[in-house]
Design a protein around this ligand. Structure first.
Ligand SMILES: Cc1cc2nc3c(=O)[nH]c(=O)nc-3n(C[C@H](O)[C@H](O)[C@H](O)COP(=O)(O)OP(=O)(O)OC[C@H]3O[C@@H](n4cnc5c(N)ncnc54)[C@H](O)[C@@H]3O)c2cc1C
Length: 175
C-alpha cells in the first residue's frame, strides 16, 4: 500500500513488485486504523482520491515509511547531526552544504565525527545512498581510518583506553 499515486523506487525495483503475482499493489491508500484485539486482524484504509474506506484482512503488517536514523541516543552528546538526525562525519556525502561546520572536523580522518576518536559509518551518517553495499563499504573504510587514528595517537594512551571500553562493550553483549 502506498499513499501516493505512483511508486518512487527505481524502475527495476518497481517492476519486480508490480510483476510479482503474490503482491497486490494498492496506490493512493492510507491506513486509518489497525483492527484486532490481542493481535492484528486487519487494517482500515482510505482511498486518498475518492475518500472511500475499505477493510483489508491481514495477519501481519510491515511498515516502511521514510528513513529515520536511530541516533536519538546521541542527542545532548555533542555529536553534530543534521536536522534529520544523520551524523556528520568529516567526509560525509553532502558535507559541502555544511561549510560552517567544517572547522569542527579533522579532514585527515574520514568518517570521524566532530568528537575525536568517535567514528560513524553506514545509514546513521549517510542520507544519500542507504544501501547494504555502501554501508558495508563505509564500515570497512571507517575501520581503516580508525587504524590510522589509533596509530597516530598510540602514545596518548587512547589505544589502551579504547581497548578497555571495547572489552567492556563486548562483555556487556555476551552477558
Ligand atoms: C525494508 C528495507 C529493505 C531494504 N532493502 C535493501 C536492498 O534491497 N538493498 C540494499 O542494498 N539495501 C536495502 N536496505 C537498506 C539496508 O538495509 C541498509 O542500508 C543497511 O542495513 C545499513 O547498514 P548499517 O550497518 O549502516 O545499519 P543497520 O543495518 O541499520 O544496523 C544498525 C544496527 O545498530 C543497532 N542499533 C541501533 N541503535 C543502537 C544503540 N543505541 N545501541 C546499540 N545498537 C544499536 C541496530 O539494532 C542495528 O542492528 C533496506 C532497508 C530496509 C529497511
Amino acid at each position: 500500500m502506498h499513499r501516493r499515486d505512483a511508486l518512487r523506487a527505481s524502475k527495476i525495483m518497481q517492476e519486480k513488485v508490480l510483476n510479482n503475482p503474490k503482491i497486490e499493489v494498492k496506490l493512493d491508500r492510507e491506513i486509518i486504523d489497525f483492527l484486532g484485539e490481542d493481535r492484528v486482524s486487519g487494517i482500515k484504509m482510505k482511498d486518498n482520491k475518492t475518500g472511500k474506506e475499505e477493510v483489508l484482512d491481514v495477519r501481519g503488517i510491515f511498515l516502511a515509511i521514510g528513513h529515520t536514523p536511530s541516533t536519538k541516543f546521541l542527542s545532548g552528546s555533542g555529536v553534530i547531526m543534521d536536522k534529520k538526525g544523520y551524523i556528520y562525519t568529516a567526509d560525509r556525502a553532502g558535507f559541502e552544504s555544511a561549510n560552517e561546520l567544517k572547522e569542527k572536523f579533522e579532514p585527515k580522518f574520514r568518517f570521524q565525527t566532530n568528537i575525536k576518536g568517535l567514528f560513524a559509518a553506514g545509514d546513521c551518517m549517510d542520507s544519500m545512498y542507504r544501501q547494504i553495499g555502501t554501508a558495508v563499504g563505509m564500515g570497512i573504510a571507517a575501520e581503516i581510518e580508525i587504524e590510522k587514528y589509533l596509530e597516530e595517537n598510540k602514545d596518548k594512551g587512547f589505544v589502551e583506553k579504547i581497548g578497555e571500553i571495547a572489552k567492556k562493550a563486548v562483555q556487556c553483549c555476551i552477558d
